[in-house]
Design a protein around this ligand. Structure first.
Ligand SMILES: C[S@@+](CC[C@H](N)C(=O)[O-])C[C@H]1O[C@@H](n2cnc3c(N)ncnc32)[C@H](O)[C@@H]1O
Length: 324
């Protein structure tokens, strides 16, 4: 399988990808009606706006959703969750083994990283802003005594524990913070929740010049994957809507289609959302301002050296071992 690395969080495998391992089957999760095929009331009973604009809240539906981040919308949360991506899991499992058993995942989403960590026996706390993503994660976890899921904003959270050995921000989740003040505030919260000597692993996209220069209307990603346990094929095409180079923010449009085995489109969902890119030394300065010492920057999940053509920038940054 050919992994496709991309900045909407994660890559995914191409058509014919692996069987899902989360055992989701036909379980009902909030917002999953479209995927299960059990449509709710007819459209005329529930008039929806064409355009739904969502800030820090719940999407109302509509053909086009404009959101701070796609997972404010229940259907999009379920669609994102259907893609399979596992390339980074060995890195996070190894780091957890190296650092200690208390792991905090920031923006844990539907549990792609958190669930394997919990199953490997680590004590995991996951925070995320999206109730829909957390509901999906909870379904996969069932009752898991060593795991807690908390709805919280990564810009400003306070947990009752501040002795985590390892914190993880996976698959470009930091890009949903579009203001430098929010980025710094998030990293300061992370440092406050780590034990002295604790480690942060954070995965940024490397903003290559050709990515930044992509013209409006150009396609920047195209994923197609069969989801065997749900009996459909999922397509996602992403295009550039606009790019504000001064703010380092791109508006991306993601168009998801659920296609049945006869080739009919069962559902289509379109969302426009902002993505903030961060340069290598900007990231280092931010981490240092927040109180971290950068130990490594890798160009990939196999701890490859970071270079000019690397697609990822994976930082390992450590909180000082000395209490200040
Ligand atoms: C690309 S998904 C990654 C989910 C998961 N970590 C994974 O690896 O699949 C990004 C996640 O960031 C969350 N998110 C975005 N902005 C957030 C914020 N301000 N605070 C907390 N979570 C946020 C979204 O709800 C979403 O679940």
């Amino acid at each position: 399988m050919q992994p496709v690395s991309e900045p909407n969080g994660r890559g995914a495998t191409q058509q014919g990808g692996k069987e899902r391992q989360n055992g989701k089957g036909n379980q009902h999760v909030e917002g999953d009606e479209t995927l299960s095929g059990s449509r709710a009331a007819p459209a005329h009973d529930r008039p929806l706006p064409f355009l739904s604009i969502v800030h820090d809240g719940k999407a109302q539906g509509g053909a086009l959703v404009q959101a701070d981040q796609p997972w404010a919308d229940a259907q999009l949360a379920a669609l994102y969750d259907a893609f399979v991506f596992e390339d980074d899991l060995p890195l996070y499992l190894d780091l957890a083994r190296e650092q200690g058993h208390r792991v905090l995942e920031i923006a844990c989403g539907s549990g792609r990283v958190l669930v394997p960590l919990a199953r490997a026996g680590f004590d995991v706390v996951g925070i995320d802003a999206s109730p829909h993503m957390l509901a999906l994660a909870q379904t996969k976890l069932g009752t898991s005594p060593n795991t807690r899921l908390i709805r919280a904003d990564m810009r400003d959270f306070r947990l009752d524990k501040s002795d985590f050995d390892l914190a993880i921000v996976a698959v470009k989740s930091f890009a949903y913070l579009t203001e430098p003040g929010d980025q710094l505030s998030c990293l300061q919260q992370v440092v406050a929740h780590l034990r002295p000597g604790g480690l942060l692993a954070i995965d940024f996209m490397h903003p290559l010049p050709e990515w930044v220069a992509a013209a409006p209307g150009s396609m920047r990603d195209d994923l197609l994957q069969r989801v065997p346990d749900r009996g459909f094929t999922l397509s996602r095409v992403e295009t550039v809507v606009s790019t504000d180079v001064a703010r380092q923010v791109r508006i991306i449009r993601s168009a998801y289609e659920v296609i049945d085995d006869r080739g009919s489109i069962v559902a289509k969902r379109i969302v426009e959302w902002p993505y903030r890119w961060t340069y290598r030394f900007e990231a280092e300065h931010l981490l240092q301002r927040a109180g971290f010492t950068v130990e490594a920057v890798y160009g990939g999940y196999g701890r490859e050296p970071f270079g000019s053509s690397s697609k990822a920038m994976v930082f390992l940054a450590r909180k000082s071992a000395t209490r200040l």
